[in-house]
Design a binder for this molecule. Sequence first.
Ligand SMILES: Cc1cc2nc3c(=O)[nH]c(=O)nc-3n(C[C@H](O)[C@H](O)[C@H](O)COP(=O)(O)OP(=O)(O)OC[C@H]3O[C@@H](n4cnc5c(N)ncnc54)[C@H](O)[C@@H]3O)c2cc1C
Length: 114
Amino acid sequence: MASKSLWMDVDVMPAAGSLPGDLECEVAVVGSGIARLSTAYELGRRGKSVAVIDRGPIAGGMTSRTSAHLAPLCDDLVSEMTKIKGQEATKLFCDVQAAAVDRRMSMARPVRVS
Ligand SMILES: Cc1cc2nc3c(=O)[nH]c(=O)nc-3n(C[C@H](O)[C@H](O)[C@H](O)COP(=O)(O)OP(=O)(O)OC[C@H]3O[C@@H](n4cnc5c(N)ncnc54)[C@H](O)[C@@H]3O)c2cc1C
């Protein structure tokens, strides 16, 4: 049985349509999942003009299935990752994950999601 998340019923920016023609920008971001939208957001915050394009609905990929759980850990256990990648790479991974969670939280606070 296929799972269905709450977010899958959300029509993100329904007014956004197909590109009417050529568009000039400094950075074109292909894909509108959480990874590329985060990239576009950070670039926009730094003054870049960014266009995000997707072949389907905005945030309609794997992002629409997320349970929105923020954790600086590895799904397959840090101990398993250490076995495969070694301690240095695993530490780097955990540090990057923790920084990403902190960044996400700093963005969420002003919105006051309830
Ligand atoms: C059931 C489930 C639960 C999850 N829960 C969590 C969780 O709690 N916490 C967590 O951190 N992660 C979770 N994840 C993982 C998380 O959802 C994904 O890691 C994340 O959404 C991936 O984002 P993405 O932007 O890389 O990819 P996607 O969200 O898949 O975005 C990629 C986008 O690119 C577009 N695209 C691809 N190719 C092209 C192309 N050639 N031209 C134009 N557009 C293109 C697609 O249409 C899509 O919109 C979960 C995943 C699943 C399946």
